[in-house]
Design a protein around this ligand. Sequence first.
Ligand SMILES: [Zn+2]
Length: 417
Amino acid sequence: MPGTPDEPRQGAADARRSAPDRGRTLLGPALTLIHTGRAPTRSALTSALDVTRATAGAVSGELEALGLITVDSSPAGGGRGRPSHRLAIDPAGPVVIAAQIHADGLSVALAGLGGRLEPPVHLPLPAATDPVRLLRAVTAAGAELARASSRRCLGAALALPNPVTEPDGTALAALHFAWPSGTPVADLFAEEIRKADLGPDVRRPFPSAVANDANLAALAEHRHGAGRGSRHLLLVTSGHRGVGGALVIDGRLHTGSAGLALEVGHLTVDPQGRPCQCGNRGCLNAETDPDALFAAVGRTPDPDRPLFDQARELARSAVGDPEARSAVEHIVDRLGLGLAGMVNILNPDRIVLSGLHRDLLAAAPERLASVVAERCLWGRSGRVPIVPAEVVHAGLVGAAELAWEPCLHEPQAVVTA
Ligand SMILES: [Zn+2]
């Protein structure tokens, strides 16, 4: 870094620096603030880091020299006082490969900092869905994007629709694909990445990571979407099959002792209900996912179109279709029971609903809020805001967050490697 940055001022800054991810330099924290939109100007960066203007100038200059951000010193115009330099993610800066495997297919995209996804590629699931075949298909698609891009690629991460253990990265209960429980998916993905042709410009070993899709979607919403500014963010989502949950506390995912926390899909919301893949009946999974909505309305989805898309259309049609309305209300009541149980245990300050649950919220917002409030004592006096997810392709954006993690921690080490 040019010059030696001043020490941050005492007090609050010291308390923050005691967090485990702070330390060596201010580059990581500064890049994180710019990446999440919390420091759009150098004066915002100065106050967010609690440092002097000179230090903030040195830090932003160094991030600019690393090709990660741009610093625009031309006055914004119109404002009073001295204009501050504007900070933005460099649109020509490096990218990562973000990938997602779900019940209806594979999605892969390159992603810059700032939650900026390039247009994703969507592919059908290969005929054989054994782990190596699927991971090879994902890696091949990502490698093709990386080779075709003029931007340097720094890492890859993959979102999966099943629980993934930490720190070893094994897939548990991968019911959608009938993988053996305990498949070492992080190792298998790393091996496919090792063998892939990612172009001449990448460093080796090329970092890769794997995590659960709901966890990653929650991270995406917290940093770039409907969860911004919340301190205890609960995300519940129904994607292509089943239901996932995640909790972000003070900006960090709460993943439990082994990565398996918030497995909310098997909460019982109707003991006499529909059978779940786990062997029980009436799990949130089986009562509030796309299959459940079609069962409730008594219609058969078109087998040639993704079930998820059809379920969303069905939920949206509740406005003018009494049968759809009744089915939506049935599912919303079940969802409300599940959310109330989570609210009582976790005491979140915001709930973000994603996937099909977002459409159910849009179709019956008051009903859902009432069911939740009725079932939690404190909910009657102070309702938890239940809001729709905002991030498009949140699984991919969240996978990008995971892939960016080393760079956000130590930008200099990653970019100059
Ligand atoms: Zn279950």
